[in-house]
Design a binder for this molecule. Structure first.
Ligand code: HQG
Length: 179
């Protein structure tokens, strides 16, 4: 038996990275057919509704009529989430680990396998993001300045700030100083 957490992880994989794992496709806005997802993941509508409602990061949303579902952010497959450009707060934060710092210092933050660089609204959230990979290091991003300089920001439905890349000049690293 798969736990709800394991099912959630699998759903995340399907809706962000590998819909073909259950033989489905996403439309160009990232939507999957709910009936196909239920069949492919092997869960009931009640279980899917529970995952969507209780996901700690609110990673998924249903269409209004609940016939379609998509991930709110985090895709590696190219989808157009139709997010509107938004003015960010003056500073945003990025949680990472020490081993990436030299490269980030040189290249800035790159989106890597995902569609966007993900930024957090506070240090606490960024610490959690960094912790997924080891001892967290938090970088401060001068988002207000980037925006003033014409770089674009989007806010996902679940509160994650997204941008195409963060050039090194806008990154203060690391804060607070690691020791
Ligand atoms: C790093 C999770 C070397 C970057 C989280 C990160 C987030 C570089 C990794 C969301 C680099 C990419 C995204 C450069 C960036 N050189 N390393 N130039 N630029 N990196 O997973 O931000 O649970 O794609 O620091 O909470 O860690 O999935 O991005 O360590 O919101 O919903 O390359 O995923 O949410 O890793 O995480 P990721 P991320 P979920």
């Amino acid at each position: 038996m798969r736990s709800q957490k394991q099912t959630g992880k699998f759903l995340c994989l399907v809706l962000r990275h590998r819909p073909e794992a259950i033989g489905i496709t996403l439309d160009r806005h990232g939507w999957a057919d709910v009936a196909h997802v239920l069949k492919g993941v092997g869960i009931s509508m009640t279980e899917l509704e529970e995952i969507v409602a209780t996901d700690e990061k609110q990673r998924y949303r249903f269409s209004e009529d609940k016939t379609r579902i998509r991930a709110n952010q985090g895709h590696s497959v190219p989808v157009d989430l139709e997010l509107e450009e938004q003015e960010p707060p003056e500073f945003l934060y990025h949680g990472t680990v020490g081993t990436f710092l030299a490269s980030i210092r040189e290249q800035g933050l790159q989106r890597q396998s995902r569609q966007y660089v993900h930024l957090s609204k506070d240090v606490e959230t960024a610490v959690k993001v960094g912790k997924r990979r080891g001892k967290p290091v938090v970088l401060q991003v001068a988002a207000g300045k980037m925006y003033a300089d014409g770089l674009q920001f989007y806010l996902s439905e679940n509160g994650v700030w997204l941008t195409h890349e963060v050039p090194p000049a806008y990154i203060k690293m690391p804060v607070p100083p690691s020791h």
